[in-house]
Every structure is written in structure tokens, then in C-alpha cells.
Design a protein around this ligand. Structure first.
Ligand SMILES: Nc1ncnc2c1ncn2[C@@H]1O[C@H](COP(=O)(O)OP(=O)(O)OP(=O)(O)O)[C@@H](O)[C@H]1O
Ligand SMILES: [Mg+2]
Length: 382
């Protein structure tokens, strides 16, 4: 068993807070991704967990027991750093064996464990080579083997694939997932790449400016982003300003009226943001009550689907710019005017006294968005 928890973790550099009260739990054998923009505190969080930085507040616990006082080499964690570096003057074998030698294990045991670790990452034959005789992806796997050979109870990976080209990244992330599953190791995987997080994580912790915005399964983070920051950071999102006049059960938006979520108790005049995923817009059919007109600006062929840039037409002034995703069988051309209808939206109400900027940023006390399904048409899979 290895359940990792951070309790109200705080880290300041000088006066500037890098991590502000992060509470995370990573279950035994779980792969949790910390995802967020550059500078939001991902590496700092990971370094505090690994003991490479001292926290200014809070605690790090393994199975309920604090490990905060232990130096990195006495923690049951192993880390692959953002700029993983294999020692260039050492053969692969010695790179992987390094941590075991520090533990004064005997030669035969070390040889056995290094062999197993190299086997695990699929490179049993390269022990005698030097790092420069390996490809980027192979070096990456050796960096992983060097962490795994220590048999840590928690594996910490800081952007482990950032030095690799796009294709290799995809291959390696599948590889890491496979190895992680096989050894069933509690893992924290830091990335700023949403696709990477969505594809490997059991759960994703979305971080912004030192705080956690949402911790959820990839599906939940995508379908029900808790804040507008998460909504924009993960996938594409169309945003519309909306108000709730309160008199006829509908929201007023720049693409017309939308049915309000059932049972809402917003005050009259409440301002909201309506968020619509590109795949939750489709061509309207005759009789669609919520249809609005839009001009097709650009059609991008993206393999098995098409991404359509739209300019909504709402009276004399141009309406909002929107993105729609349709299947490749749907024929739309740049320049034509089409009727579009939303099939689902999320409504984010702004609490009283909160400015636009706060509304985007503040995760705490933000009310959960309300989800409204407008019809039962199957969505285009992307
Ligand atoms: N050693 C340090 N001294 C001072 N400030 C630091 C130090 N390390 C990080 N910071 C600051 O703390 C904040 C968080 O940095 P951190 O490295 O955790 O970000 P990150 O989310 O890992 O970003 P990236 O995706 O670019 O790696 C940043 O504003 C950064 O400038
Ligand atoms: Mg980092």
C-alpha cells in the first residue's frame, strides 16, 4: 500500500507564493497527473513531495505518516526530473546502478536489479552503452529505469517526455502507462500537455497560480470543468456572455435565448458565462427551436473530423466567433451561411461582487457549473 497525501502544502520563493495550500490524495497504484500552465507550481509541488524543496507549510504523508522531515534519499519516493540527465561518462548499467550502490547492496544483487529494470523498460541489451549512444526515447527509458530500480513506493515524474518529439512522446506515454500498471506503483506525473494528461491519467489535478482548480477523472474534467479556467485550459471551449432576465426561464445570449437550467434560483439579472464545447454545436435541422445563423469562415480538415470557424450573425452587428466540430461527412464550405444549433451547454454563474477576471481565476467558492442537455443527438466523437 502507498497512498500519498499532501496536506495544505505551501511554498514561497522570497515573498512570492509558488504553491498555495495544495491538498492532494493519490491512491495506491493510481497515476495522478498534475496539469497546468508554465509557472503554476507543478514542479515545485513535486519537488516538495520528493524532499528536494522544504515546504513553508503543510505536510506530505505516506499512508497517513508524515515523511516531511526525511531527506530525499530516505524518502520512499523516486523522481525523474524535468531535465532528466543521465551521467554522460557512465555506462547505462552504472547510471541505473548508481542509487543501489549508495545503498551498499552487493554486486550480484545490483546486477540482478539493474537487469530487471532494463528489462522492464524494454532495453535489456544496452547496459554497456554510453548515454550518447542511445536515442532520446531510449535515454528517457533509462531515466525511468534509474528511478524504478530503487523500488520506490511513489514515482514522481516531472514532464518526463518534454524532450522528445511528438510521435515519440505518444509512444513513450503509452509505455510509461504500461510499466506503471505492471508494477502498480503510485505515481504523480507532471505535465503541461492536456492531451498527455487526458490519455495517461487515472485522475487529473488541474493547477493554476499555485492552487488546485479541480481534481477529477479525465472524463469529468473535460465534460464538467469546475471553473472557466479549467474549461478553457482543457480542450476548446466557446464562451458566450449571458444574462438571466428571470422572467421567462431562459438565458439571453448573443446567439439567442437558451433554456435556463431546471430549478435555478438565480436573482433576476444574474450574469453568466455559457460555455459550449465545439462538438456540442451541430448543423440545425428544420424545426430546431434554438437554431441561429452563422457564416462559415474557415473549414479545417483534421483527419476524421472537420473544425469549422463560424461568425454568428445576430442582427446588424457581428455575433460571437465560434468553433464547431463536425464529422467529415458533413458538408460545409467557407463563405456560406448556415443554421447551427447547440446541443449542450454549461452555465457558470458569477457570484455577486466578483469581477470578470476573478470569475475566470477563482476556484474556491465558485459555484459548480450547471449542465444543460438540449437534445439527444449523439455527439461527434473526437
Ligand atoms: N528556485 C526558485 N527560486 C525562485 N523562484 C522559483 C524557483 N523555482 C520556481 N520558482 C517560481 O515558482 C513558480 C512555480 O514554478 P514551477 O517550477 O513550480 O512551475 P511549473 O508549473 O513547473 O512550470 P513549467 O511548466 O514551466 O515547468 C514560478 O513563478 C517560478 O518562477
Ligand atoms: Mg516544471
Amino acid at each position: 500500500m502507498a497512498t500519498l497525501a499532501t496536506v495544505d502544502l505551501v511554498k514561497n520563493y522570497g515573498r512570492a507564493p509558488a504553491v498555495r495550500g495544495v491538498c492532494l490524495t493519490v491512491d495506491d497504484g493510481e497515476l495522478l497527473c498534475i496539469l497546468g500552465p508554465s509557472g503554476c507550481g507543478k514542479s515545485t509541488t513535486l519537488r516538495v513531495i520528493g524532499g528536494f524543496e522544504q515546504a513553508d507549510g503543510g505536510d506530505v504523508r505516506l499512508d497517513g505518516v508524515s515523511i516531511a522531515a526525511l531527506p530525499p534519499n530516505r524518502r520512499p519516493t523516486a523522481m525523474v526530473f524535468q531535465k532528466y540527465t543521465l551521467w554522460p561518462h557512465m555506462r547505462v548499467f552504472d547510471n541505473v546502478a548508481f542509487g543501489l550502490r549508495l545503498r551498499h547492496l552487493d554486486k550480484a544483487t545490483i546486477a540482478g536489479k539493474v537487469g530487471e529494470a532494463l528489462e522492464l523498460v524494454g532495453l535489456p541489451e544496452v547496459g554497456r552503452r554510453y548515454p550518447h549512444q542511445l536515442s532520446g526515447g531510449e535515454q528517457q527509458r533509462i531515466a525511468l529505469a534509474r528511478a524504478l530500480v530503487l523500488e520506490p513506493r511513489v514515482l514522481l515524474l516531472d514532464e518526463p517526455l518534454s524532450n522528445l518529439d511528438a510521435r515519440l512522446r505518444v509512444r513513450m506515454r503509452e509505455e510509461i502507462k504500461r510499466i506503471q500498471r505492471r508494477v502498480s506503483i503510485t505515481t504523480v506525473f507532471v505535465t503541461h500537455d492536456q492531451e498527455e494528461a487526458l490519455s495517461v491519467a487515472d485522475r487529473i489535478a488541474v493547477m493554476n497560480e499555485g492552487r488546485l482548480e479541480q481534481v477529477d477523472t479525465p472524463t469529468a474534467v473535460y465534460n464538467r470543468p469546475r471553473t472557466l479556467f479549467v474549461a478553457d485550459f482543457i480542450g476548446r471551449m466557446n464562451r458566450l456572455a449571458a444574462t438571466y432576465p428571470g422572467d421567462h426561464g431562459a438565458l439571453r445570449t448573443d446567439i439567442g435565448l437558451l433554456p435556463a437550467p431546471e430549478g435555478v434560483s438565480w436573482p433576476l439579472g444574474t450574469e453568466l458565462v455559457v460555455a459550449i464545447r465545439p462538438e456540442d454545436l451541430r448543423l440545425a435541422r428544420p424545426g430546431d427551436g434554438l437554431a441561429f445563423r452563422a457564416r462559415v469562415e474557415v473549414v479545417m480538415e483534421l483527419g476524421h473530423y472537420r473544425q469549422v470557424s463560424l461568425q454568428a450573425i445576430s442582427g446588424p452587428v457581428p455575433g460571437p466567433a465560434l468553433i464547431m466540430i463536425v464529422g467529415k461527412d458533413v458538408d460545409v464550405r467557407a463563405g456560406e451561411s448556415i443554421a447551427v444549433t447547440p446541443t449542450r451547454y454549461l452555465a457558470y454563474a458569477r457570484p455577486a461582487g466578483v469581477t470578470d477576471e476573478d470569475h475566470d481565476r477563482r476556484a474556491e467558492d465558485a459555484p459548480a457549473p450547471l449542465e444543460v442537455a438540449l437534445d439527444a443527438t449523439p455527439r461527434v466523437a473526437v
